[in-house]
Design a protein around this ligand. Structure first.
Ligand SMILES: NC(=O)C1=CN([C@@H]2O[C@H](COP(=O)(O)OP(=O)(O)OC[C@H]3O[C@@H](n4cnc5c(N)ncnc54)[C@H](OP(=O)(O)O)[C@@H]3O)[C@@H](O)[C@H]2O)C=CC1
Ligand SMILES: O=C(O)C1=N[C@H](C(=O)O)C[C@H](O)C1
Length: 251
């Protein structure tokens, strides 16, 4: 399969390695310096573009790839809240194809299923209150993480006593803490920690007076994200519309 990469940072480089190891060809690499090359025969020859850039530019990149007639797999976070409805409409009504996930690792897909199941169980046990903490490297620009937002949505869909998630505390790289975990009973606090080079840790806690139930996903490196993104690209090459991890793994 012919793959174009949009964004050649930490994830773009990891994805390149996995794609080559699976026998794919990288036909175009678009980064900040050569952004105009998205309008090129090389880019247009791609079966799929894999986009990992930044919240502020991800939507524009997807639109430009669509304009060139190329399907997109995007892992960029922090932009679907604002543009999700529009890209879903483009996929449904205008024949575009986008596979988006806040987290491409198989481990997080499994963790997400467990999270939803646990939230459903907790409807019967009102003594437990739930909160979430995510920890990432100091370079990350968005908080809370896209994965944390997706996990929070999974809890809200399944736990009747929670109606929205709210930003809890944010611990900056220098240790400064802002925000609060004080919130209304129907709110789910999601806190963020920025520390060292942590690839990504997500912890969900249910606390009662008697005990704690804690589930954690801890990414050891970026290989799981990269493999998932390439598997998603292979899937996207032969499918249409707005696609996600539930399509890929049939959860
Ligand atoms: N869904 C998932 O599984 C995962 C998602 N992510 C998300 O992916 C995104 C990227 O992460 P990561 O690779 O670690 O970030 P990096 O900052 O390491 O890489 C982003 C790259 O995109 C480049 N870039 C910026 N603007 C543009 C543009 N307009 N067009 C093309 N390239 C551009 C940057 O260039 P420059 O440095 O010059 O600005 C940089 O090379 C983030 O939103 C992150 O949250 C990360 C890991 C897993
Ligand atoms: O920026 C990152 O690094 C990551 N971003 C994604 C997110 O915001 O959830 C996925 C992963 O946790 C790494």
């Amino acid at each position: 399969m012919k793959i174009a990469l949009i964004g050649y940072g930490k994830m773009g480089k990891e994805i390149e390695k996995v794609a080559l190891s699976r026998g794919h060809e990288i036909v175009s690499i678009i980064d900040v310096d050569n952004h105009q090359d998205i309008d090129s025969d090389a880019f247009r020859s791609a079966d799929v573009a894999i986009e990992f850039t930044a919240p502020a530019v991800a939507y524009g990149n997807c639109m430009e790839a669509f304009k060139q007639g190329v399907k997109v797999v995007s892992g960029s976070t922090g932009w679907m809240g604002e543009h999700g409805d529009e890209v879903r409409r483009l996929c449904k009504e205008e024949g575009k194809t986008l596979f988006w996930s806040s987290n491409f690792s198989l481990g997080v897909a499994i963790f997400s299923a467990v999270n939803k199941y646990l939230a459903k169980i907790m409807n019967r046990f009102p003594n437990y209150d739930v909160s979430m903490v995510e920890t990432h490297h100091i370079h990350k620009v968005d908080a809370p993480s896209g994965t944390a937002i997706t996990l929070a949505e999974g809890i809200l869909e399944n736990l009747d006593r929670k109606s929205k998630w709210v930003m809890g505390t944010l611990t900056a790289p220098d240790g400064t803490v802002s925000g609060t975990t004080e919130c209304a009973p129907d709110e789910l606090p999601v806190s963020a920690i920025r520390r060292d080079e942590v690839p990504g840790i997500h912890t969900i806690r249910y606390e009662s007076e008697a005990d704690s139930i804690i589930i954690t996903h801890d990414a050891k490196n970026r290989k799981g994200f990269a493999l998932g993104a390439v598997l998603a690209a292979e899937y996207t090459a032969v499918h249409e519309g707005f696609l996600g991890m539930n399509d890929l793994f049939q959860f």
